[in-house]
Design a binder for this molecule. Structure first.
Ligand code: ADP
Ligand code: MG
Length: 214
């Protein structure tokens, strides 16, 4: 018997992420105004609003369909770097969950790892480039280390790691994306995409808290 997240919990994760991005939209845009073009908050908020509409219009039958819809909607509705990157992330998560009955810690780890690999395949970011990867990679590592913990505990560890990863982008010089055009002037600001990843994992931890399924 393993602890697994229900489809309702996964849906609550996506809805919680959308609500959190909406709440932090101005903050995300301010971060992007320092080292980009001041659209990250509105990009993510617009995309996730469209996600909510797509999920209402056609409620997904399983976890794979849920995340595939999230990813495809982000790719089609959000321009710039973050649409294709977050979109690819969620599409790969959906693919990885195909045919998976119990979304337990092992399945979650494999899925988020696949999503992160998709981000790297698309954007070629490496650790320390000051991108969303700098929050995703430590989150995946924390999940892997969580091993036998419950999904709620594992996701709480992943959320802390993602938040720490996002904060650790502050002293870095950007080597990918728009922020890289600023060279040394990108130093001293937190990466907006990594900050969105922290919100994503915090929403996951909130939705997965105390999960006990059969
Ligand atoms: P744009 O840069 O096109 O305006 P956004 O402002 O929505 O798009 O998103 C910017 C975020 O995208 C950055 O903060 C960074 O985390 C992420 N990003 C940009 N380029 C890459 C890349 N090549 N690999 C991974 N993440 C990237
Ligand atoms: Mg931008």
């Amino acid at each position: 018997m393993t602890d697994a997240l229900s489809l309702e919990q996964l849906r609550a994760w996506v809805d919680g992420f959308a609500a959190s991005v909406k709440e932090h939209r101005e903050e995300l845009t301010e971060l992007d105004s320092a080292i980009g073009d001041a659209d990250h908050g509105s990009n993510m908020d617009r995309g996730l609003r469209a996600v909510g509409e797509a999920l209402e219009a056609k409620p997904p039958a399983d976890a794979a369909a849920l995340f595939t819809t999230v990813g495809m909607t982000l790719v089609s509705k959000v321009g710039g770097a973050s649409g294709p990157l977050f979109g690819t992330f969620f599409m790969r998560v959906g693919q990885a969950l195909k045919g998976v009955d119990a979304v337990d810690v092992a399945a979650l780890t494999a899925a988020l790892e696949a999503g992160t690999e998709g981000v790297v395949a698309r954007g070629k970011a490496e650790a320390g480039d000051k991108t969303m990867y700098d929050a995703l990679a430590p989150a995946v590592a924390a999940l892997r280390e969580a091993g036998a913990a419950s999904p709620g505990e594992a996701l709480a560890a992943a959320a802390s790691a993602a938040r720490a990863g996002a904060e650790a982008t502050v002293p870095l010089q950007a080597r990918k994306g728009r922020a890289s055009y600023l060279g040394e002037r990108s130093i001293g600001h937190q990466d907006p995409g990594a900050t969105s990843v922290a919100l994503l994992l915090e929403a996951a931890a909130a939705a997965g808290g105390g999960a006990r399924a059969t």
